[in-house]
Design a protein around this ligand. Structure first.
Ligand SMILES: Cc1cc2nc3c(=O)[nH]c(=O)nc-3n(C[C@H](O)[C@H](O)[C@H](O)COP(=O)(O)OP(=O)(O)OC[C@H]3O[C@@H](n4cnc5c(N)ncnc54)[C@H](O)[C@@H]3O)c2cc1C
Length: 404
């Protein structure tokens, strides 16, 4: 008898959690679980702002899938998925085709340029480990180049987007740039760090008070904010912005775009209704009309009781993976009760550098400063625990120790 084939796409928070959950099951020879991911590693997306400034190395943020998976139980294929045919039940990758009986899709988010001219060509981003590493290399190369000039005009580093990712990146930059400048003989005052945000406040996903706090802390560290400002176009040396109806060009040496993310482009190419790379899934996390396909992580859209989509984050991605695996096992074993997904909000915290942060606890309490920063660091490990238990925390601990 040919085994039942389960394929998991993507080894992010959602896909890796699903793989580790399935790995724990005694599925026997009659079930074959395959994980397909474009890299041989999982990376902690929530640490990418640290990679972008060189505080974290690639090794610290990446987890080698061949080391954390039981390859006897999970077949791992390092390959790039290029198409998902949900009617023929076949996954196409750069190097092959894989038929499936059940599919779990966790391909994550991608950058959305909102069709801004020049953005794709000239902006750096931090949506993946390779992009973050590329940004750090570019920061170093640009500063080095600048240090070899007369340094008469300032160096402009502009971050597009004052949301969660933008603020976390600005926080790291304010701490790291002075160090890098002194290494290269540049006066830190020569660096103009700017943030451009379309909304009238930063961190629009939090409440006004938290956004104000974050902005004040960053302003104290000399970040200049352009709020209520639209980016019209980007070129190598300038950005055309519009605020209060006035259009102007501001100079730029390095531009990082953190504002727009959308679900994976392959989602919109499947024969399933979707919008901006996200599928509004059924309560059991299957795709509408496809009870053998589970969609989890950032590519699954779920609404709260008020009908508003939950913001994608690592916590909800992990929770979705666990419910999807439970429901898949119910189908496989033909016993037990399928679960409807209910999000358990455990709070969200955004860092503003290594010693400051803002956030909201699961009970809706606002937190600031040192306490929030400590809770943020603890939550990093809580995520690891939720994904892979103490084994994953231990793996990270040993990895860090060996690097020292
Ligand atoms: C810089 C940054 C900071 C963030 N900080 C936080 C935070 O502090 N807290 C928080 O809760 N959330 C944070 N988020 C959001 C959070 O990281 C995402 O919501 C979470 O990663 C979603 O998990 P996922 O598994 O859906 O996708 P991902 O974790 O992005 O995983 C997707 C996986 O799919 C793989 N993949 C993609 N395309 C292909 C392909 N074609 N073929 C094969 N494999 C592919 C990728 O390599 C990746 O391994 C942050 C996001 C970013 C970008």
């Amino acid at each position: 008898m040919t085994p039942i084939k389960i394929i998991i796409l993507g080894a992010g928070y959602a896909g890796l959690t699903a793989s580790l959950q399935l790995q724990k099951q005694s599925l026997g020879d009659q079930v074959e679980v395959t994980l397909i991911n474009k890299n041989h590693y999982h990376y902690q997306t929530i640490w990418l702002h640290r990679n972008a400034v060189g505080v974290n190395t690639k090794e610290q943020t990446a987890f080698d899938l061949r080391e954390i998976l039981d390859l006897e139980r999970i077949r791992f294929i390092k390959d790039k998925v290029t198409a998902i045919d949900c009617d023929q039940q076949v996954i196409t990758t750069s190097n092959g085709e894989y038929p499936y009986d059940y599919l779990i899709i966790g391909l994550g988010s991608e950058i959305d340029s909102f069709q801004i001219p020049g953005l794709k060509e000239h902006a750096y981003s931090i949506t993946s480990l390779s992009r973050s590493t590329r940004l750090f290399d570019q920061i170093m190369a640009s500063l080095l180049q600048y240090s070899q000039t007369t340094m008469e005009t300032p160096f402009h580093l502009i971050v597009g987007g004052g949301g969660f990712t933008g603020v976390e990146l600005l926080g790291e930059l304010t701490e790291r740039l002075p160090e890098l400048c002194s290494e290269m003989g540049i006066s830190p005052s020569q660096i103009k760090l700017k943030s451009i945000e379309y909304e009238p406040t930063v961190l629009p996903e939090f409440d006004l008070e938290l956004g104000e706090y974050a902005m004040q802390q960053l302003e104290k560290r000399h970040v200049e904010f352009y709020l209520g400002t639209k980016i019209r176009s980007v070129s190598k040396t300038s950005i055309k912005i519009e605020r209060s109806g006035l259009v102007e060009d501001i100079p730029v040496d390095l531009f990082v775009w953190t504002a727009g993310v959308k679900g994976h482009h392959l989602i919109d190419q499947m024969n399933i209704p979707s919008e901006l790379g996200r599928v509004e899934v059924e309560a059991d996390l299957t795709a509408p009309g496809y009870p053998n396909i589970f969609i989890i992580g950032d590519v699954a859209l779920i609404r709260n009781q008020e009908g508003k989509p939950y913001l994608p984050n690592a916590d909800i991605a992990i929770q979705k993976a666990k419910v999807a695996v439970h429901n898949l096992l119910v189908k496989l074993n033909q016993k037990g009760q399928s679960q409807s997904f209910i999000f358990k909000n455990r709070g969200t915290i955004a860092s503003i550098g290594s010693k400051d942060a803002i956030g909201v606890t699961g009970k809706g309490r606002r937190i600031f400063g040192r306490l929030a920063s400590i809770l943020k660091k603890i939550s990093d490990y809580v995520f690891l625990f939720q994904m892979g238990g103490f084994k994953l925390i231990w793996y990270q601990f040993i990895k860090q120790k060996n690097k020292k």
